[in-house]
Design a protein around this ligand. Structure first.
Ligand SMILES: Cc1cc2nc3c(=O)[nH]c(=O)nc-3n(C[C@H](O)[C@H](O)[C@H](O)COP(=O)(O)OP(=O)(O)OC[C@H]3O[C@@H](n4cnc5c(N)ncnc54)[C@H](O)[C@@H]3O)c2cc1C
Length: 1011
């Protein structure tokens, strides 16, 4: 049976018995072919189980046919641990429940994200303690698989110290609850009998004890047979080791007489069983820490300092090399201030204690040792307070992200990655490492958890160049040789995966033999993640193929259609390293609102880069560009640009998505509803021409039903009233439609559709505010709508026509010395980001540089001391301050200042401003208008809408018209553009009644709802 036939069989067989999802289409498989490593392996199928029984059914089906299975969490491994050619089991999609919390433990499903678990535990002042730097992405299952740890390993250890028990699907599909188990002597155990009595879930109480005893006895036999070898090759003094943690098992067996089977899963990388639930021990949250950054004039001195600090038992001791410090300095102004350019290395050190004084005293002692006689460091930056500690820790947390920021074909690659050496051997090892790098003519970045002897080494190389592969393999062999020479090991917190297993076997053949023996106890037929931890030669490991060289011009649609060359486009796609940070669930970032709503791999931003990479390398038939499966994946992006802003490599995912959508449109054209919605600007124009009629229509349930059927606009969506052609008539009367005659600063106000058709008061407010500040205003009547809905729909030709008209108008104004400002952030994004991708024009750069949103423009005026500050209170003397909920729209956040409108509103007296901080509104332009997306849009924006409903909030404020519509959905409270509040506070908006916000709003066009 070939792979296609097998796929049909899988769909038929597993599709019927698995409650979760079974994916066999090429587009979906392409998303699971990579992780954060250099490898690419296409799976046969992907199963996204909803229950442990789903996993069991999949494994037993696969085992019967000798098809391998590969568990996967977030797919953020740097060594290819979750990739394979069999059935990938995505435990990160549905296994997301925290099941039970006790005083010192927690029971979770293994798809739970570490950061979410920490957030949950923090409510009870507990923590998992284990702190991988990518905790906002990594799953508990992946952390168990890799035996993850972090900077605070010295205090909290790795996952192996946390796991108490685990529900596991074994290689034959049996479900067992693994607990530490006493082995029996050889001959006392009959494996056949154990298998026959296997219940559905083989808990010890339910009679699964036999299975546990069988496994424990098998493992104990291996331990007994090679005790000396294990103790010599995996000394307990070392941080953690690639592969099975056998040394730990011997220690526990000696102490308790039990084989700690759950612990054995940590570092097993899914090769012994698939964990669906785990009980983990938790620790109290540390209250008092002292943190500082020691700076050195050489890496050697920093390494020596780490050795000198070891007797003080620091809780964390991270070492950075010069390259890392330089990158950090250029990435963040805070680091630029913190780290002087003369520093060649740094050590981030943390001490914890029961009280503040004790923590400080521990740090003082460290400083004394490094600064006193025979001083090693040149300076120390000590953190005062939580905010400064967070800044220092950011240096460590962003290490990998900073490396990902290095663009170009030659960049630091995750091939050698982490090795562990005895901590006292670090200075010696670093000298050896420099020698190897020199011999191999390679530069590398270095980061180390120094006090635990763990080093991350990233050589610079072109990962897609086949010739580089040999060079990297030679380099890896040479480095691992030195690691072995100083008594170290390969693979610490990041495991062996596909890329390092062969090297491990070559450098530690005896230990690798033992691993194979343990593997046989659990999985004699090699069903579970074969090639990881045991087996495989380097030649069998598949590397991601080059994109640009093998670029295939798809026959069915031109690609790329935007202004980049094929090579530039391939480079952009290639810049995604698969780290998965775009799967972040961290409340501290806005990364991908769609992924938060639907945490499936295809929704993540990296999926779009992976899909495009598969198309460009022709692994995926270019004809797929016309398929609905590709369009469905592309449509999970609604163009909010948060991924582009927060991606460590700055990958332009929105533009990649535009390419995907454009190709689909080229082949299939837009469907009627998408076509109509993408022309919302023209529709609004039509509505405005017959405003009274249109307003009656959007207020009438019957006509809303019809509008939904014909235009696809959700009937439950509140829509803004039309105001006819008032704005341009008013602007003409005011003489604004001719170039301003004022001397001094002048702006061209680029009107968006919403302001023009629905909110004339906003236009008047901005003009009044600008003129109040002595700025001349010009509203060029030749401008047309920006075209964002067309870009979002993939109608590049349509968007290009609008862009071309606008560019002529805007370029002319810029030549005359105007700045371009808009009150709609999406219009700014369209001009600044999309126009250069749509058109090649000599004047583009100047137009882009001259364009900003109104709030940024006004905030810049304030910073230059030129903004008039004669604001009047928005509430009367006897009235309480007006309480407003401010929401920063996604498109405004990607500008230079994250929240200029909020800063401006804080200048207004008599206004209490609450920052919403609830993520994306979910409206995303026309996305939330569509009846297909209406509910998704509401779910994404639920946090914001709920915040609007909360007591005390009188109104909302935001610059984005879409967000504004969403904020008014489900509440009668109005939402206004911040510029209107400024105008009101300047006393520029005449309104009847008392000086309250209500009077301000009399001029606004209230949204209507019908059903
Ligand atoms: C930017 C970045 C920073 C990182 N920082 C750290 C760090 O500080 N510390 C650290 O330890 N690692 C770090 N890593 C490496 C990696 O992210 C972690 O090892 C992480 O724990 C992997 O989790 P995951 O959910 O992505 O798992 P995956 O990559 O999907 O899987 C990891 C391994 O576990 C297995 N596995 C997954 N789920 C299960 C399951 N349910 N049952 C059994 N086996 C399973 C897989 O088969 C695979 O072998 C970093 C990686 C990146 C890209």
């Amino acid at each position: 049976m070939d792979r296609e036939q097998l796929r049909s069989r899988i769909e038929e067989d597993l599709g019927g018995i698995v409650a979760g999802e079974v994916l066999c289409n090429a587009e979906s498989l392409s998303l699971y072919a990579t992780d954060a490593s250099l490898c690419e392996v296409w799976p046969l199928a992907v199963v996204r189980p909803r229950t442990t029984e789903d996993v069991a059914a999949t494994v037993s089906w696969a085992a019967e046919r000798q098809i391998p299975v590969h568990p996967r969490g977030a797919g953020s491994s740097l060594a290819g641990g979750s990739l394979g050619s069999g059935v990938v089991i995505d435990c990160g999609r549905f296994f997301r429940r925290i099941l039970q919390t006790s005083g010192d433990g927690v029971r979770v499903q293994t798809g739970v994200i570490a950061a979410q678990l920490e957030e949950h535990l923090a409510r009870g002042t507990r923590s998992l303690g284990v702190d991988p730097s990518n905790g906002c992405v990594t799953t508990v299952g992946g952390m168990i698989g890799k035996n993850s740890s972090g900077s605070r390993f010295l205090r909290h250890g790795a996952m192996s110290g946390r796991i108490e028990s685990a529900r596991v699907v074994l290689a034959d599909g049996a479900i067992v609850d693994l607990v530490p188990t006493a082995p029996v002597s050889p001959g006392q155990f009959d494996p056949q009998q154990a298998d026959d009595s296997q219940p559905a879930v083989a808990t010890p109480a339910a009679g699964g004890a036999d299975k546990l005893v069988q496994l424990a006895t098998g493992v104990a036999d291996v331990l007994a047979s090679s005790r000396e070898l294990i103790l010599a090759s995996q000394p307990t003094t070392r941080a953690t080791h690639g592969g099975y943690q056998l040394h730990d098992l011997i220690r526990i067996l000696d102490r308790d007489g039990l084989v700690d089977l759950p612990r054995l899963l940590c570092g097993a990388e899914g090769t012994l069983g698939i964990v669906t639930e785990a009980t983990l021990r938790t620790v109290p949250v540390e209250a008092h820490t002292a943190v500082g950054l020691f700076l050195f004039d050489s890496l050697d001195r920093a390494a020596e300092a780490a050795v000198r600090l070891r007797p003080l038992s620091p809780d964390a001791c991270d070492l950075f090399d010069k390259r890392h410090l330089t990158l950090a300095r250029s990435a963040k102004p805070a680091f630029d201030q913190l780290i002087p350019p003369i520093a060649d290395a740094g050590l981030l050190v943390e001490f914890t204690a029961a009280d503040e004084q004790a923590a400080t005293a521990r740090f003082d002692e460290a400083a004394r040792r490094l600064q006193g006689p025979r001083a090693l460091c040149i300076d120390v930056r000590r953190a005062e307070g939580a905010a400064e500690k967070a800044v220092l820790w950011e240096l460590s947390r962003s290490v990998v992200a900073t490396l990902h920021g290095v663009r170009g074909t030659v960049r630091p690659v995750p091939f050698v990655e982490d090795v562990v050496v005895p901590p006292e051997a670090i200075p010696d090892f670093l000298r050896r490492l420099q020698e190897v790098l020199k011999q191999c003519d390679v530069t590398a970045m270095l980061f180390a958890h120094a006090a635990q002897g763990q080093l991350h080494i990233r050589p610079y190389a072109d990962p897609r160049d086949p010739a580089e592969r040999l060079r990297l393999e030679r380099l890896a062999n040479a480095i691992y040789g030195e690691v072995t020479a100083v008594g170290g090991t390969i693979g610490g917190e990041q495991g062996l995966g596909l890329t390092r297993t062969p090297f491990f076997a070559a450098h530690f053949p005896e230990l690798a033999g033992l691993f194979a023996a343990v593997k046989r106890v659990f999985d004699p037929d090699g069903v579970l993640n074969p090639g990881v931890v045991t087996g495989l030669s380097p030649a069998q490991v598949a590397w991601r193929p080059p994109l640009a060289d093998q670029h295939v011009e798809p026959s069915s649609a031109p690609l790329p259609v935007l202004t980049w060359t094929a090579e530039q486009f391939a480079d952009e796609v290639d810049a995604c390293n698969g780290c998965g940070t775009c799967r972040s669930q961290s409340p501290g970032s806005r990364m991908c609102p769609m992924y938060r709503e639907n945490p499936a791999e295809e929704t993540s931003p990296r999926a779009k880069a992976n899909l495009m990479a598969s198309l460009l390398s022709a692994r995926l038939d270019p004809a797929a560009l016309g398929q609905d499966a590709v369009r469905a994946i592309a449509d999970t992006c609604f163009n909010c640009h948060q991924c582009r802003a927060d991606c460590s490599a700055g990958v332009d995912i929105p533009a990649i998505v535009t390419e995907l959508k454009a190709a689909h449109v080229e082949i299939n054209s837009l469907d009627l509803h998408s076509w109509l919605l993408s022309r919302v600007d023209s529709l609004s124009g039509l509505g405005g021409a017959v405003a009274p009629l249109a307003n009656r229509a959007i207020a009438n349930p019957q006509s809303r039903w019809l509008i939904e059927k014909v235009l696809g606009v959700a009937r439950g969506r509140k829509l803004p009233r039309f105001t006819g052609q008032q704005v341009m008539r008013w602007a003409t009367r005011r003489g604004l439609t001719r170039p301003s005659r004022r001397s001094g600063p002048r702006v061209l106000y680029f009107l968006d559709t919403f302001a023009r058709r629905h909110d004339p008061l906003l236009v008047k407010a901005l003009v009044a505010v600008l003129e109040h500040n002595g700025i001349g205003v010009f509203i060029d009547p030749r401008q047309v709508s920006a075209g964002m809905p067309l870009v979002a729909a993939g109608d590049v030709a349509g968007a290009r026509r609008l862009a071309s008209t606008n560019l002529r108008v805007l370029a002319e104004a810029v030549r005359l010395g105007y700045r371009i400002i808009c009150t709609e952030p999406s219009a700014v994004t369209c001009i600044v980001h999309d126009y250069p991708r749509l058109l090649e024009d000599d004047e583009m750069d100047r137009v882009v540089a001259a364009t900003s949103d109104a709030a940024t423009f006004l905030w810049d005026l304030h910073r230059e001391g030129r903004l008039s500050l004669d604001f009047q209170p928005l509430s009367g003397p006897s009235q309480p301050a007006t309480r407003i909920l401010y929401h920063a729209p996604c498109h405004a956040r990607i500008g230079r200042d994250k929240s200029p409108a909020e800063h401006l509103l804080r200048l207004v007296p008599g206004l209490t401003l609450d920052s919403a901080d609830r993520g994306c509104s979910g409206m995303a332009g026309t996305f939330g208008l569509s009846r297909h997306n209406y509910r998704t849009s509401l779910r994404v924006g639920l946090g914001l809408v709920s915040a609007m409903r909360s007591g005390g909030i009188e109104a909302g404020a935001t610059e984005c018209s879409g967000c504004r519509i969403q904020m008014e959905q489900g509440t009668s409270k109005p939402t206004v553009h911040p510029v209107k509040l400024l105008a009101k506070s300047y006393g520029l908006l005449a309104g009847p009644g008392p000086d309250r916000l209500d009077s301000l709003l009399t001029g606004r066009s209230g949204p209507l709802t019908t059903s």
